[in-house]
Design a protein around this ligand. Structure first.
Ligand SMILES: [Zn+2]
Length: 455
């Protein structure tokens, strides 16, 4: 089944048709690293992660690029507030972001460019735009001349009057039109800056993403898929198309996808309302699979309304899924034909990433799985396909580590040998060792089974 995804640009579901025969490319606007990630950041990473998993199942090569924005006024403010250098702030929060996303079982992108590593490409992109007559220099600023690009407004469908509505009118003297946006701006002494043909300065936000894409794919390659939160459609992605089209012979990007906002009890998350939910706090009380299930419970294009119910529902469902999977199933799983076991969930997700339906499918599967080994194997693979752990997460490392399983079984055998010799003292020493590894034993009818301790 081909992957069909709603395209914000054409406003319909379309099959993904890569520009190159042998590879598909996806870019997602990544985090600005100055604070702890919240559930909104998590959703913006999990949605493309599901798409990435699907793309990998269907294509031999997938380039998945997610940038790190490490130059921004918010970072400068955070550095002042925390009394740390800008470098320290960005490396601290880049690490926290990656750790949080790893914990949520998001696969790492294949490329994670940083703005600060892309400055020379940004400068050459801006030079190209100026040379083509689509940008102008005024008072040490470089501005994109939106009137010179006739497709402006196509992605967001915004008319001039709406742009006037939605954007704080910036009557800066260096702008020819309020729609024009900054490609390069001057930096004062204590703010980060780089030498450029227009003086010491730093890039505008929009040109960063465009340049990172072009740096990796090349100027004259069309990006296949571009994603981000739907708050980025205007002006960020609209501006990306304008700039990117002016430095390339090819279309900037074919397929645009945008995820909806996360609301908390139907309200927008904001610092002033004090309702921002940080992942760090969620991790304290919930396993990561439960958080992941909760974040996938709404369709990605819809808003996700987060409430206590969201996490309770996810927790109960996860328990239900786990309750039918035994350690024996987990060990007996065939490793090599995962693809055939995940065909159904892949088909469901191939229709515009229908995660609510994929979750319903898992729930249905868990009912038949109770008495059906094949269904249990299918359930295990399907859960893993969307990044859910098929066993108690404290043991997820062990699950993937057969060496550790062999070690456990050797210890169980050893204990049984002691018991046969009626050496109960040593048998108990082995039992305690297993207990310290999070393994409990059950003796019945002269046989010993082991399992992972539940929370
Ligand atoms: Zn971006």
């Amino acid at each position: 089944m081909t992957i069909r995804l709603y395209n914000t640009l054409t406003r319909k579901k379309e099959a993904i048709k890569p520009f190159l025969d042998d590879s598909v490319s996806m870019y997602v606007c990544g985090p600005t690293v100055y604070g702890h990630p919240h559930i909104g950041n998590a959703r913006a990473a999990i949605v493309p992660d599901i798409l990435y998993r699907l793309l990998m199942a269907k294509h031999d090569s997938v380039k998945y690029i997610r940038n790190i924005t490490d130059v921004d006024d918010k970072i400068i403010d955070a550095a002042k507030k925390e009394g740390l250098s800008i470098d320290k702030i960005t490396s601290k929060y880049t690490k926290i972001y990656r750790d949080n996303m790893d914990r949520l079982s998001n696969l790492r992108p294949t490329h994670e460019p940083k703005v600060t590593d892309t400055i020379s490409k940004i400068i050459s992109s801006i030079e190209k735009i100026i040379k083509n007559g689509n940008a102008y220099v005024k008072d040490s600023h470089v501005l994109f001349d939106t009137d010179s690009f006739k497709g402006y407004g196509e992605l967001s469908g915004k008319k001039l009057e709406e742009m006037l509505d939605g954007v704080r009118i910036d009557n800066a003297s260096y702008k020819k039109s309020f729609k024009d946006f900054i490609l390069w701006k001057p930096s004062e002494d204590d703010t980060p800056g780089w030498e450029s043909p227009w003086g010491k300065g730093r890039p505008g936000w929009h040109i960063e993403c465009t340049s990172m894409i072009k740096d990796i794919l090349g100027d004259d390659t069309t990006l296949d898929i571009h994603g981000g939160g739907n708050d980025l459609i205007f002006p960020h992605h609209e501006n990306e198309i304008a700039q990117g089209s002016c430095i390339s012979k090819e279309k900037y990007c074919n397929h645009w996808f945008h995820n909806g906002i996360v609301l908390v009890n139907k309200k927008k998350m904001s610092k002033s309302l004090g309702n921002v939910i940080l992942l760090d706090d969620l991790f304290k009380d919930n396993s990561t699979s439960v958080i992941r299930l909760a974040l996938l419970s709404a369709h990605y294009r819809q808003p996700l309304n987060w409430s206590d119910q969201t996490i309770i529902y996810a927790r109960n469902l996860y328990k239900k899924l786990l309750s039918v999977i035994s350690m024996v199933d987990a060990k007996a799983r065939p490793l090599d034909d995962a693809d055939s076991h995940t065909k159904e969930i892949q088909d469901i997700l191939s229709d515009d990433l229908n995660t609510p339906e994929a979750i319903n499918y898992l729930s249905r599967l868990s009912k038949t799985a109770r008495n059906d080994f094949e269904a249990r194997v299918k359930l295990i693979h399907s859960m893993k396909f969307i990044g859910l752990s098929p066993i108690n997460e404290k043991t997820v490392k062990i699950f993937s580590d057969t060496e550790e399983i062999e070690q456990i079984e050797a210890l169980v055998k050893k204990r049984n040998e002691y018991r046969i010799k009626k050496d109960f003292k040593n048998a108990d020493v082995v039992r305690d060792k297993l207990l310290s590894m999070g393994i409990e034993l059950e003796d019945s009818d002269g046989d010993t089974t082991w399992n992972y301790l539940q929370d």
